[in-house]
Design a protein around this ligand. Sequence first.
Ligand SMILES: [Mg+2]
Length: 341
Amino acid sequence: MSENLVARFDVGLFDLDGVCYLGPNPVIHAPENIREAIGAGMRQAYVTNNAGRTPAAMAAQLDSLGIPATAANVISSGQVGARMLAQRIPPGSKVLVLGTDALRADVQREGLLVVESSDDEPVAVIQGFSPEIDWLRMSEAALAIRAGALYLATNLDSTIPRDRGLMIGNGSIAAAISNSTGVIPLSAGKPEPEIFEIAARMMKAERPFAIGDNLDTDIQGAVAAKMPVLHVLTGLATARDVVLAPAIQRPTFLADDLRSLNEPYPEINHDGHTVVVEDTRAWWDGTMHVEKKGEELRLPNVLGMNVYRALAHAAWEAADRGVPLETLGEAIPEFNVSREV
Ligand SMILES: [Mg+2]
């Protein structure tokens, strides 16, 4: 009855930044709870839009933080992009690579031939983030794309976070090439569903689930792949962002952090317009109501986990009835989620 969340799945597909680590540090509760989940029988993969580093380098970083990983557990948008090309062009086809040596290796591993010039008549161009990409390389790609090469980007993230702030991401480099050629690339990264589907296949998963912090990449991609997804509040999105998420970005499971992997997840029940989560009920009738143990709460700025879950599902239920997200947003103030209340 009250089995732990991980017991429902055989493979967890974890996002990295905001789920496993934040900059150089592990996310709170992440290492020991991923280890505990693995001990309970879950297999893990780390799924990232970053195609610039090798899986071995990323695995070494995770391992140094106490998060178990080998190169085989890391699945990058570079591997997924190379696999997507291999599904679309014949073996041995020439591919112009705009990116790092890690991406070149991904392309070779799929049985494709890496070339460096549009004069080699590549049938595809794959572009992944690299600080080395300059006008000459971008123009080489543009020439190949103009000549008819299939164009694929490992991800379309407009920015890339660095110590000094948000710098130019792979999607912004792609935007320049698209602006010049008029061709929009296929994308291998989240929020496209392929990265989740291919990662699940690579892991031979039967019942995979995803774990992420970012609504418009992790959650949207998993929803598009029809994969259950756990959202944690240790990264980008706030709890209020989750409550006010559009339908394509609604997580299956809501939690504060990865301790929830190894805890039972409550049933979410609907009784008419009312959402029932254990002793908590929430409903929208022009204002948002939350009731715990039969007592109505004024929405405080710190909510317990089940109040948060009930509130989110009640807001989604109202939005599905046509209540505008702006209206719900005006009724729901910013709040924190805590286990202490
Ligand atoms: Mg993230």
